[in-house]
Design a protein around this ligand. Structure first.
Ligand SMILES: [Zn+2]
Length: 430
């Protein structure tokens, strides 16, 4: 891929540096914090207006009835499509517009989008408004340069990725926006680093386990039955059996970082007994009671080699063994959320096109990776049934959701060139 056809496109991208910076800053300055899902409408209209000026047809889709959708916090999405006028495939860039809460520890204003030493700071700079800005600049340069293209290019800005994507990509996929008659190749500019191609992600199963006991006076606990001690037995079984078994299970998925190359379990929370009040809040003392309920939320991440039925069965087995071995042990387990792992073939067209583009622009072979956590690829794969999907973007993975999150302008420029080249490769091939 060392032809010179795209030289004018790359030149245009370099000349667009100021425009790219302003675009990224404007996007960060919409505080699209989720929850609750703030400022979605103004943000998607900003994206839509910009793309209309570049010749795109723009649609706004509100996810009526999706979790969190309300008159105050409507779940708005934008889908923009550019037709080249020649028959060919469609390349789609999908970015989520929502950001997580800011949290503590910032030394910069999280919504000022300050440019300091070639970095733009702000909540969402890395995850993933920098990626969205780079993809817009990339396709604008392709169109403006006049190079001959076939097929169509789409850009979407979608809601709620950080809370599961039901009001965003899942909703759009249900409505056919991510389907084979419309889209062929999908690039999601999530922050996986400028020189890596992300093929997919591990699976997730969230569940709540509750153990039961019997209330009694705390001075005579032998007259009751302590639900927290029963939960302690569950945790002990996890330590003795589950954690060693998971640690022994490795995957062929190239998950980063290294520690995520195995099955993992996070105990998200445990609560039993009386309402939790910080004792520094001067809320009085607790009354002496034996707790009759204890609840634990678990977050189990699993591998493409594991079946979700076995993942659930392993924990169900531990609980039912305790029911026979431990006196008074009673429990319930409730599913909260499940996502099957997704991994695009490493020889898929979008992987090859993007890898070749990285090699050309950055002069090195890309690393193929998988994400430890999920992102909207799950809906594109499972609902849209589109298998040619990757994540590729300029942000640095480790900065996502952190205080003083930033994106490097040079990385945005380079990734814009990679995105333009990959799009060109995919559009001319068929
Ligand atoms: Zn993200």
């Amino acid at each position: 891929m060392s032809d010179q056809v795209l030289e004018p496109v790359f030149e245009l991208i370099e000349k667009s540096e100021d425009s790219l910076i302003r675009l990224c800053q404007d996007l960060i300055r919409f505080p699209t914090v989720n929850p609750p899902g703030n400022d979605y409408q103004v943000c998607v209209e900003y994206i839509g207006n910009r793309l209309k000026n570049s010749g795109f047809t723009v649609e706004y889709v509100r996810a009526y009835g999706a979790p969190g959708d309300s008159a105050e916090y409507p779940r708005y999405n934008v889908i923009a499509r550019y037709e080249t006028g020649r028959k060919g495939p469609c390349v789609h860039f999908n970015s989520h517009i929502d950001v997580v809460e800011t949290g503590d520890g910032w030394t910069k204003d999280p919504f000022a989008a300050d440019l300091i030493d070639g970095k733009i700071y702000g909540r969402g700079a890395c995850d993933m408004k920098g990626g969205l800005a780079a993809s817009i600049i990339a396709v604008e340069a392709l169109i403006k340069s006049g190079v001959e293209l076939k097929g169509a290019i789409e850009i979407s800005g979608t809601a709620d990725e950080e809370s599961g994507g039901l009001g965003g990509v899942a909703y759009l996929a249900e409505k056919g926006y991510f389907s084979k008659d419309r889209v062929d190749h999908v690039i999601i500019p999530e922050p996986l680093n400028v020189d890596r191609v992300c093929l997919g992600h591990r699976g997730v199963w969230w569940a709540e386990i509750e153990t039961f006991g019997r209330i009694a006076h705390g001075s005579m606990p032998f007259l009751g039955d302590c639900a927290i001690r029963h939960m302690g037995a569950v945790v002990a079984e996890f330590e003795d059996k589950l954690y060693p078994a998971m640690a022994a299970r490795h995957t062929s998925m190239p998950v980063v970082p290294e520690g995520a190359k195995q099955s993992t379990l996070n105990i998200n929370s445990i609560h039993g007994g009386q309402e939790e009040i910080k004792r520094t809040d001067n809320a009085g003392l607790p009354a002496p009671c034996v707790p009759d309920s204890c609840r634990m939320v678990i977050d189990r991440r699993f591998l493409v080699e594991e079946d979700i039925i076995n993942v659930k069965g392993e924990i169900a087995g531990i609980l039912s063994d305790l029911e026979t071995s431990r006196e008074g042990f009673r429990y319930e387990i409730r599913d909260m959320l499940e996502v099957i792992p997704s991994m695009t073939d490493e020889n898929a067209p979008v992987v090859e096109a993007t890898s070749a583009a990285i090699e050309e622009i950055l002069g090195k072979k890309p690393t193929l990776v998988c994400s430890p956590g999920t992102y909207d690829q799950k809906h594109i794969d499972r609902i849209g049934n589109l298998k040619d999907c990757i994540a590729y973007g300029p942000g640095i993975l480790e900065l996502a959701h952190q205080p003083d999150e930033y994106v490097i302008v040079e990385d945005m420029l380079n990734s814009a060139k990679v995105m333009a080249r990959a799009t060109y490769n995919l559009l001319i091939k068929e």
